[in-house]
Design a protein around this ligand. Structure first.
Ligand SMILES: Cc1ncc(COP(=O)(O)O)c(C=O)c1O
Length: 472
């Protein structure tokens, strides 16, 4: 047995026995090499093996830590939405969420905002001010209607990680993923058409369905494997569905990541019934483990999938930078983009392109994935500790959002109202359904590692939940 293998065996069994508790720091490489009288590279090799086998994780500039392994919580049930096309409701609650979750001292537990307070984003800020200072003529004009070629090249390069072979000319830059979704919907549908969606579903896309005069047909969705293909097939048999819209990776809000076989089966179903798929991959690069899952688009050889994404969750949503690879619908989507905003602001595009070119995107993603994974387990532990029995929690394998099912008597709209005085907000479940289902659900954000302030806020939410249960 080689020296590093011996060291790996010893360290891994100490971790298993709790000698090094979960989340604790392991000895530094230098200290361990001196203590054992072995070379630095032997310790490095042993630590690499610990990382690969899921025992340890590296935190930038800090060292190796024992990997947090929260026990999987009890998951929410498979959703059972109304099985007919519906007009989308609850814009008032969406407006409340967007408008209320701000201001000094407010703790917004319900938004889908990433942690932007991280040193790995500094080069991006630098690039933006540098580009701004240039006040270059081209920055004061419209960018190319397709978007910056430099950025599209980088997006095409990153897409290889999700199994996608995209040419930069197949990509259109948009103002966020929201515009990508809206342009896609507009390109393939007419008012009155029916769009099948996973359920619960991101309120931005369902509100787009509403605004375009379309109807949403919510399909039962499993918290681990995603949209039910069996229910979808029955719906395709029964209704004239125009398109299927899904977020198959690190889903918002349910957290599922669809297994590859089911992605392929979904694509086969779309082929069989000849409908396009709008695939929202906005959280895809935040999948905790490598390699990240392949997109449905990766298996699409006929241009049936309109792949939408953005830098809002990976970098910052104030950039308002997204993109769409619309396949067969490229010309139509381009026209919708033109009539929507003509083109997206050039400074952000060039700055993000530079950030990716210089390798900062990958570095930032490595850090955020490990931060979010750690925060997920901490947040789940806190919810288990504070919330009443019967609470169920999603278990996302990427991103930073939890879907929490509260006991049925708890109305999350009322809960949100009561939290207002404490300057806390959650996202009530009703906004994730066309028909106002999921009243006893909330979505919570764990992008920031739960510090004392967040813990106190979570305790307040739990107290109000208990109070609502008593009153019921
Ligand atoms: C699943 C999903 N799609 C799209 C969007 C909209 O993203 P953007 O801010 O890039 O427009 C969001 C934002 O919360 C989202 O969660």
């Amino acid at each position: 047995m080689k020296l590093y293998e011996k060291l790996f065996d010893e360290l891994s069994s100490k971790i298993e026995q709790g000698y090094y508790p979960v989340g604790s720091k392991l000895p530094s490489i230098r200290a361990l090499s001196q203590e054992r009288g072995v070379s630095i590279s032997t310790v490095q090799e042993a630590y690499l093996r610990l990382e690969e086998s899921g025992f340890a994780e590296v935190r930038p500039k800090s060292g190796y830590y024992v990997q947090t392994r929260g026990e999987m919580p009890e998951l929410p049930e498979v959703s059972r939405p109304a099985q007919r096309p519906l007009e989308v409701s609850h814009w008032d609650q969406v407006y409340h969420l967007l408008n209320n979750a701000k201001g000094n001292g407010h703790i917004a537990l319900g938004t889908a905002m990433p942690d932007t307070d991280t040193p790995t984003l500094k080069p991006l800020i630098k690039s933006m001010s540098h580009m701004g200072a240039l006040a270059h003529d081209s920055f004061l004009n419209y960018s190319d209607i397709h978007g910056s070629e430099r950025l599209r090249k980088q997006i095409a390069r990153l897409a290889v990680d999700s199994g996608c072979k995209l040419h930069p000319d197949e990509i259109i830059i948009t103002s966020g993923c929201q515009e990508a979704l809206v342009c896609s919907l507009r390109a393939i549908s007419s008012p009155g058409d029916i769009i099948a969606t996973d359920s619960p579903s991101f309120y931005g896309s369902t509100q787009a369905i509403k605004a375009l005069g379309l109807k949403a047909l919510e399909i039962p969705t499993h918290p681990e494997t995603g949209i039910s293909l069996e229910a979808l097939e029955m719906a395709l048999d029964q209704w004239p569905i125009t398109a299927i819209q899904v977020t198959p990776t690190c889903n918002n809000p349910l957290g599922y990541t669809m297994p590859e076989e089911r992605r392929k089966a979904l694509l086969r179903l779309a082929q069989q019934y000849d409908v396009p798929i709008i695939e929202d991959d906005i959280y895809g690069d935040l999948f905790y483990k490598a390699p990240r899952p392949k997109t449905i688009k990766a298996f699409d050889e006929e241009g049936r999938v309109l792949l939408c994404s953005s830098f809002s969750k990976t970098l910052a949503y104030g950039l308002r930078l997204g993109w769409v690879a619309p396949g067969q619908c490229t010309e139509r989507v381009l026209h919708k983009k033109f009539v929507s905003t003509v083109s997206s602001p050039p400074i952000q595009q060039e700055a993000v392109a530079e950030f990716i070119e210089q390798g900062f995107y990958e570095r930032h993603m490595r850090r955020m994935r490990s931060q979010y994974q750690l925060a997920r387990d901490m947040m789940i532990d806190l919810i288990k500790r504070y919330f009443p029995e019967g609470t169920r929690i999603s278990y996302p394998e990427g991103g930073y959002l939890l879907w929490v099912e509260l006991p049925v008597t708890v109305d999350s709209v009322k809960l949100n109202k009561r939290l207002e005085d404490n300057k806390i907000s959650i996202a009530p479940g009703v906004i994730f359904s066309a028909s106002g289902k999921y009243r006893n659900f909330v979505r919570l954000n764990f992008a920031k590692k739960p510090d004392e302030r967040i813990k106190a806020a979570l305790k307040t939410v739990a107290t109000e939940v208990n109070q609502l249960m008593l009153e019921a």
